[in-house]
Structures are given as structure tokens and as C-alpha cells.
Design a protein around this ligand. Structure first.
Ligand code: NAD
Length: 476
């Protein structure tokens, strides 16, 4: 994927870490402790499929246990390897620290192309993989809590939760062993779209700061901004849908496996998603121009580029041709360390992965807390809140009678004000607050230090200092 002579994804993450840590006043030994991956478990297991035993290789890597449980998704992809899983586990450590979720970093992967298997086969494979990890406490509500990533979703998380529960029949907190589950299997409202929603909240926050917009040469709001998205999966689809539907951005390009669609007038994200669901790719979709070599669309003129598929797609071979003034890394590691430098020199602002896609782990945190507390958010206070609001509305209505036509409530005020927050609203509010606070912590470092030139370095500095404080407090 990356150009020749370019560092691997893992080396890229380490280079970025080194660049930040050089600017920090930490003992060398502690820097090294934070940088290294604590442990990686490789498992090879067999599953009987189609009359023969098929062997699969999987990984679970734990980067840092300064807080437990450790947290990170499980990816199903044919390219999964130890280096990739370790790089992703490291990113999880920094991501969790940046958005203040009380977890260490971990990641898992299974080398498989899920599209080659029937659902019942995937279930057998997933259950066996979960069994192998759970029996070593690499899935455990208090030690290691996976979540969805590329190639996995709610369905796989439900199988994993059930497998763990079967192996731990008396564990009352069994459901908290994995997040990203469907609602009826212990999930939380708003988790499926959380990462894409987080990308939207991150962009909204960016556009609240005139100085930051100016750094990218942009102005105004998200409305009318031309956006190109790579990968119309969980993250890319939701980000594109919310940005176009709610913020009135224009999706001028969608890049998928088989090529890309472009339209200056804007693409209908749901219609494209339905097309991909039906035909397996974007080719043939009406109302847009199809471009066979999708990667060239990354280089097309736009205001915001959202790589939301895989790592290393913006590398030394194409960085100089990328025109977007603002890139938000919805995927993990889409910009290599080399490309990052080229783009920064050109004044392109990059909102880094560790922050941009942290919406998933944030809502996973809420789900984990919900599972441990065994109660839906809002269940105790919602009606009480409504009753208190009713008191205010009754009082206003009483005043209304005296003031006559001179004063009245706006027509939908009563309905909006009376409604107590349900779980989804609480989740969105918690996510929005988290994304705003994390952005502000990054931008403060970015703007207050002359030696910090970009958001990624700032994000690493915030995250590393929090991890360092945690290790120092524990006294390793
Ligand atoms: P997904 O499997 O739902 O979607 C990936 C999409 O990318 C699919 O539509 C796939 O067809 C497309 N794709 C694959 N190869 C491509 C290529 N070469 N060119 C263009 N498109 C291609 O995965 P996802 O969960 O949306 O994850 C995407 C990225 O976001 C990954 O880097 C993942 O680590 C990261 N991420 C995901 C979550 C989450 O909650 N799911 C959270 C944080 C980060």
C-alpha cells in the first residue's frame, strides 16, 4: 500500500510517538516503557468447515496496562499481521488517554476475508477465536474488552459476548466483556454510529475555532463544504451521512474497493450505500461519474478529505498531489509518517486518528459502564426530569393567561422542553462533550507551544503525559 522505502504502519506510529516525546521532559526509561508493546498473543486454531479442518491465525496485542481493562477492537481482514495489530494497540493507548476513557490500549485481529464465509461459518470461527482469547483472559470485563473494527460489527460482538458468558456462567458482569453489542444483547443506543458521529462532532468543534480554520485556509461552517470519503463502511458511511444530512456538507466523492464515484452536485450517501449492499461495489451507480482507479479521487480538489478505510493510503507516492486543505483521519493510520511531513509542510491540517475516530471507544466506555451498572442510562431520572419541567411549563402557562397576546411560548417549546433525555440523547451529549474537551486539550498544546506545529504532535503530547502521570502515580 505504502510507497517503497517507507516505514511500515508500526514504524510510522513509532516515528510519530518519537517526534512528540522528544519535546517532552520525561525520563528516558519511562519514554521507552510507554513506547513498547507489553505483550502480543498469537493463536492458531482449527475449525471444521465444509468437510475439512481449516486453520486460522489471530492476534491479541496489549500495548499498555497503565489502566485496566485494556480496550481495542478486533479486526477481520486478510492483511492482519502482528505489526499492524501492535501499531493499532499502541494507538488505542493514546486514544483512550486523549479522550479520558479509563482504559489501557489493546487490539486484536484475525487473518481472514470475512466475505468468503457463510454466516454460520463466521459464527463458528468467531466463537472459537473468542474461546481461545477468553481462556487466557484476553477477553474479560475487568482485564481486556474488545470492540468492533474493520470487518466486524454488532453480530460478531454478540457471538463473543455469548461465548464468554457460556464459559463464565456465574460472572454477573459477563456482558461487559465486549462492547459494540446489539441493543438486545446488552449494547447501548448510538454505539453503531458512534465513530462516524465522533468524526462529525470533531469537525464541528474544529469549525468553532477561527484560528484553526484559518490554519487550513478554510472559513465559514461545514455547510457547503466539499467532502471526499474513502470507505463507505461503518465509520465512513455514518460520517458522510451525518455531515451531508445534518450539516449540509456536500459529498463530492466516495471511494470504495472497486473504484470511486464523483459528483460535484453531491452524492446521496444512503442511495450509494444501498447500491453497494446490492451490487457489492459502487460501479454502475447512476447519478455520478465512476472512476475505476479510486485512489486518484483522493487527490481531487475538495475542502475535507476523510480517509475511513485502511492505513497507509496517503503515502509518499501521492502526498504531494493531495489537494485537500483539511484531512480528518477517520481510519487508523491512513497517513504515513512521511506523507504527514509532506502535507504539513504544505500547510495541510490533519486531524489525527487518535482523536478523530475516538467516538467509538468513547461510546464503548458508556456501554461498559451500562453493563457494569446493569441499568439503562436515564431510566431512573427521565420521568422525574419531565415532571420538574412540567412544573415550569404549568407556571408559564399560568402567566400566559395574564400577559395575553403580548407574550406567548413558541409553539414547539413545550414539547421540546418537557421531554426528558433518553439513552440516545445522553450518549450523544456525552460523546459531544468528550470530543469537544479532547479537541480543546490538543489545540491548547498546538497553539501555546512554538515547538508544536501540528495537532498530531499535540495529541501525542497530551496522551503521553497522561499515561506517564498514571505510571508515575502507580510507581511502575
Ligand atoms: P468496515 O469494515 O465497516 O468498513 C471499511 C470500508 O472500507 C468497507 O466499506 C470496505 O469496502 C472499504 N474498503 C476496503 N478496502 C478499501 C480500499 N482499498 N479502498 C476503498 N475502500 C475500501 O470498517 P470500519 O469499522 O468502518 O473501519 C474503518 C476504519 O476505521 C479502520 O481503520 C478502523 O480501524 C477504523 N475505526 C473503526 C472504528 C469502529 O467503531 N468501527 C473505531 C475506530 C476506528
Amino acid at each position: 500500500m505504502s510507497a517503497v522505502n517507507e516505514p511500515s504502519f508500526r514504524e510510522s506510529v513509532e516515528l510519530m510517538f518519537d517526534r512528540a516525546v522528544e519535546l517532552m521532559d520525561l525520563p528516558d526509561g519511562l519514554k521507552e516503557k510507554i513506547r513498547v508493546v507489553n505483550a502480543t498473543y498469537t493463536v492458531r486454531f482449527g475449525v471444521r468447515l465444509r468437510g475439512e479442518v481449516k486453520t486460522f491465525t489471530g492476534y491479541r496485542s496489549v500495548h499498555s496496562e497503565h489502566m485496566e481493562p485494556v480496550k481495542g477492537g478486533i479486526r477481520y481482514a486478510i492483511g492482519v499481521n502482528q505489526d499492524e495489530v501492535e501499531a493499532l494497540a499502541a494507538l488505542m493507548t493514546y486514544k483512550c488517554a486523549l479522550v479520558e476513557t479509563p482504559f489501557g490500549g489493546s487490539k486484536g485481529g484475525l487473518r481472514i476475508d470475512p466475505r468468503e464465509y457463510e454466516v454460520h461459518e463466521l459464527e463458528a470461527i468467531t466463537r472459537r477465536f473468542a474461546y481461545e482469547l477468553a481462556k487466557r483472559d484476553l477477553i474479560n470485563p475487568s482485564q481486556n474488552v474488545p470492540a468492533p473494527d474493520m470487518g466486524t460489527g454488532e453480530r460478531e460482538m454478540a457471538w463473543i459476548a455469548d461465548q464468554y458468558a457460556r464459559m463464565n456462567t456465574t460472572d454477573i458482569n459477563a456482558k461487559a466483556c465486549v462492547t459494540g453489542k446489539p441493543i438486545h444483547a446488552g449494547g447501548i443506543a448510538g454505539r453503531v454510529e458512534a465513530t462516524g458521529r465522533g468524526v462529525q462532532y470533531a469537525l464541528r468543534e474544529f469549525f468553532r475555532h477561527p484560528e484553526d480554520k484559518a490554519a487550513a485556509g478554510l472559513g465559514g461552517t461545514l455547510s457547503g463544504k466539499r467532502v471526499i470519503v474513502q470507505g463507505l463502511g461503518n465509520v465512513g458511511y455514518h460520517a458522510a451521512k451525518f455531515l451531508s444530512g445534518e450539516d449540509k456538507s456536500v459529498i463530492t466523492g466516495i471511494i470504495e474497493r472497486d473504484g470511486a464515484l464523483v459528483s460535484d452536485a453531491g452524492l446521496d450517501v444512503d442511495a450509494v450505500r444501498d447500491w453497494v449492499g446490492e451490487y457489492g461495489g459502487v460501479k454502475g451507480y447512476p447519478d455520478a461519474t465512476f472512476v475505476e482507479d479510486g485512489s486518484v479521487v483522493l487527490e481531487k480538489d475538495c475542502d475535507i478529505l476523510i480517509p475511513a478505510a485502511l492505513e497507509g493510503v496517503i503515502n509518499l507516492s501521492n502526498a504531494a498531489r493531495i489537494k485537500a486543505p483539511l484531512i480528518i483521519e477517520a481510519a487508523n493510520g491512513p497517513v504515513t509518517a512521511g506523507a504527514d511531513e509532506v502535507l504539513r509542510e504544505r500547510g495541510c491540517v490533519i486531524i489525527p486518528d487518535m482523536y478523530a475516530n475516538a467516538g467509538g471507544v468513547t461510546v464503548s466506555y458508556f456501554e461498559w459502564v451500562k453493563n457494569l451498572s446493569h441499568i439503562r442510562f436515564g431510566r431512573m431520572q427521565r420521568r422525574q426530569e419531565e415532571a420538574r419541567h412540567q412544573l415550569v411549563v404549568d407556571e408559564l402557562e399560568r402567566l400566559d393567561k395574564y400577559l395575553g397576546d403580548a407574550w406567548s411560548m413558541t409553539p414547539d417549546f413545550k414539547e421540546k422542553y418537557l421531554r426528558g433525555a433518553d439513552e440516545l440523547e445522553l450518549v450523544r451529549s456525552g460523546l459531544d462533550d468528550t470530543m469537544r474537551a479532547a479537541y480543546q486539550s490538543m489545540r491548547e498544546v498546538w497553539h501555546s507551544r512554538d515547538d508544536v506545529k501540528d495537532l498530531r504532535t499535540a495529541a501525542f503530547i497530551v496522551a503521553i503525559s497522561r499515561v506517564a502521570r498514571s505510571y508515575e502515580a502507580k510507581g511502575i
